[in-house]
Design a binder for this molecule. Structure first.
Ligand code: NDP
Ligand code: F7E
Length: 344
């Protein structure tokens, strides 16, 4: 278990300025999934804001699919606030190949965590979903009200159904127990600490690694999955963390809230940007035997912007800083099931 010791008494969750429960640095915050892409960014953001009592456990220490272990952990640590950033996560191929685990693991992790939170007095909770909860052909940009209005994208429907169940659990706990728990739906994320597995990762880390290796080996062609025409929105994970802290301070509603930039690019444009940042100038090939997934997934972020939050990292700057981080950490890059060293 990782903790920053607390010197404080149980949290004050009195109303903040915007009418919601206030988040204060004296509270004990459990970041479930604190070593992951999102969780580690949230941990950094809270540490930087002076939160002195952060709690986290690795999956080896506490397997959150195990109900007893989860209950024991939450009852012994008694956090004031819980951020649910632990999940089985992967890119389009991982979701399409392992739907049984994406459904079962995620249902178990989130049900165990949220039941434990409710039972052991966690006063404030934020559950992280994903923009893939929305229908495949939702009107763009996608408003929060599009939830459950159409069929899901088949490559990630199992994962999406688990996430939709998570939103419902948040709403049910609010309704039955009156607790100020909330859920947020981020768009596609990227940044330091991502999973750079060649197969099971998301497009951004996969292509950073592929272009980097092409530059090292002198390859003149790099293969991109699918047609290159799907459009995706990318949010730097430090912006995500800032938005989540903001929501914990300012948002208290049963309705989920989108977290994104409001800007999307084609996968071809993304690949060209990454190639340019990496310094590789060969040909792009497109492997159309791989799935494209949903054609477009741009979030309507007016609800979040209306509350006063906006992102600060441009896509170009974010790709540059993530590539700098990647090249600075080649000896300990995270892949699917651990850490590896990559060619330097
Ligand atoms: N990445 C993205 O593009 C997006 C992510 N999200 C959501 O954000 C959240 C975090 O995702 P992200 O940070 O990318 O994922 P990561 O894969 O980077 O991190 C997942 C974390 O969950 C933990 N975890 C997984 N299984 C278990 C388990 N059985 N028991 C305990 N801990 C477990 C891992 O712990 P350990 O390291 O110790 O194994 C890891 O820290 C998820 O809910 C995801 O759906 C939403 C939209 C986009
Ligand atoms: C966050 C989100 O992540 C997944 O959905 P996705 O948006 O499709 O994310 P992705 O990053 O895997 O792919 C985006 C696009 O990029 C193309 N693409 C090209 N080349 C590579 C490549 O090398 N790897 C990957 N993964 N994709 C590639 C790929 O074919 C697709 O068209 C789900 O897990 C979903 O559940 C979810 O929540």
């Amino acid at each position: 278990m990782t903790t920053i010791p607390s010197s404080t008494t149980p949290a004050d969750l009195s109303l903040g300025q915007a009418g919601g429960p206030r988040l204060t640095p004296d509270q004990k915050v459990y970041v479930a999934g604190h070593r992951g892409l999102a969780g580690s960014a949230v941990w950094r953001a809270l540490s930087n804001r002076g939160f002195g009592s952060l709690v986290g456990a690795t999956s080896a220490e506490v397997d959150l699919r195990d109900r007893g272990a989860t209950m024991d952990f939450v009852s012994s640590t008694r956090p004031d606030v819980m951020i649910v950033a632990a999940a089985r996560v992967g890119g389009i191929l991982a979701n399409d190949s392992y739907p049984a685990e994406f459904l079962s693991d995620n249902l178990r992790i989130q049900v165990n965590l949220m039941d434990a939170a409710q039972q052991f007095g966690v006063g404030r909770l934020l559950f992280l979903g994903s923009s893939c909860i929305y229908p495949k052909f939702a009107e763009q940009p996608i408003q929060e009200s599009a939830l459950l209005t159409g069929a899901l994208e088949p490559t990630n429907d199992a994962y999406a159904i688990a996430k939709i169940a998570g939103i419902m659990q948040v709403q049910s706990i609010r309704k039955q127990y009156g607790l100020p728990y909330i859920s947020a739906m981020p768009t596609n994320l990227y940044g330091p600490g991502d999973n750079f597995d060649a197969t099971n990762s998301h497009v951004m880390p996969a292509l950073i690694r592929r272009f980097h290796e092409a530059r090292l080996t002198g390859a003149r062609e790099v293969t991109i999955w699918g047609s290159g025409t799907p459009r995706r929105e990318f949010l730097h994970v430090d912006d995500l963390a800032s938005a989540l802290v903001f929501l914990l301070e300012n948002y208290d509603s049963p309705e989920t809230i989108n977290v994104g930039t409001g800007i999307d690019v084609t996968i071809r444009e993304l690949a060209e940007t990454i190639a340019d940042v990496v310094g590789w100038d060969g040909r792009l090939a497109f492997d159309t035997s791989k799935p494209d997934g949903t054609p477009r997934k741009l979030l309507d972020v007016s609800r979040l912007r209306g509350l006063g939050w906006s992102p600060s990292v441009s896509l170009r700057d974010g790709v540059e800083s993530t590539y700098r981080w990647f090249t600075g950490n080649l000896d300990s890059i995270r892949v699917e099931d651990g850490l590896v060293g990559l060619p330097q």
